[in-house]
Design a protein around this ligand. Structure first.
Ligand code: LRY
Length: 224
């Protein structure tokens, strides 16, 4: 059975997403493991890790809770964050306590209820990555243990914002839903604001673990 205490361990804390795109010089499971250790040293209470190799590499170096996902390009769907139950189950077997699934309303290869049940049966918890309030309600109805604002701005029908989707966080909070704040939280002030809006915990990626992206922010400012 899944261990709900993991969510308690994350509550009120910072989760650091350690991911590197295929073209990044950091694209190496060893490097992702080192990024995870650096995040732990800095005070992260959990990690968000993409791909089987990286989940295994991070599990080998730290006991922190892992939110695992895959990013899978498929011809039959726009959904790319953990599109199948089999991927979710494998992430749990490799050491992820929570599996993040795309829980948007876009057409998908497998029903959410079945994917979430498969991960629960394997002993994992489910995070539904959503882009709107309606998707959050649906994900929780289908059995997600928590939702995350990950995909706001990444579906054509959600708010397209340069920064975080504060309005979505307000909506989730007003609806009394348990949510993680994620996506374009690019400063400590952003992270604090998300907590102030009622997030259970905050997930930060690019601003901590993507030096190429961060360098771009500085380079643009210098050249302006
Ligand atoms: C949309 C999508 O595919 N998001 C991914 C989900 O795992 C990651 O690429 C993001 O880095 C993560 O969500 C954290 O967000 P940010 O890097 O903005 O702090």
């Amino acid at each position: 059975m899944p261990d709900l205490a993991v969510l308690d361990a994350l509550r009120g804390g910072l989760i650091v997403s350690c991911q590197a795109n295929p073209d990044s010089p950091l694209r190496d499971p060893y490097i992702i493991g080192q990024l995870a250790l650096a995040a732990e040293r800095g005070g992260a209470v959990g990690l968000r890790i993409q791909g089987f190799e990286d989940v295994a590499a991070v599990r080998a170096v730290t006991g922190l809770p892992i939110i695992g996902l895959t990013k899978t390009d498929r011809d039959d769907t726009e959904v790319y964050i953990t599109p199948t139950a089999a991927e979710g189950v494998k992430l749990v077997q490799l050491g992820a306590q929570i599996v993040a699934f795309d829980a948007t309303s876009r057409p998908r290869p497998e029903p959410l209820t079945e994917m979430f049940a498969a991960v629960h049966a394997a002993g994992g918890l489910v995070m539904g990555d959503i882009s709107t309030l309606d998707e959050a309600r649906a994900a929780l109805d289908h059995g997600a243990d928590i939702v995350s604002t990950t995909l706001s701005g990444y579906t054509p029908y959600s708010r397209q914002l340069a920064g975080a989707d504060w309005e979505l966080m307000r909506e989730l909070s007003d609806a009394g839903l348990s949510f993680a704040a994620e996506g374009r939280l690019n400063s400590p002030a952003d992270a604090a604001q998300a907590m102030g809006l009622g997030a259970s915990f905050v997930v930060v990626g690019s601003a901590i673990t993507r030096p190429d992206v961060i360098t771009g922010w500085f380079a643009k400012a210098v050249h302006a």
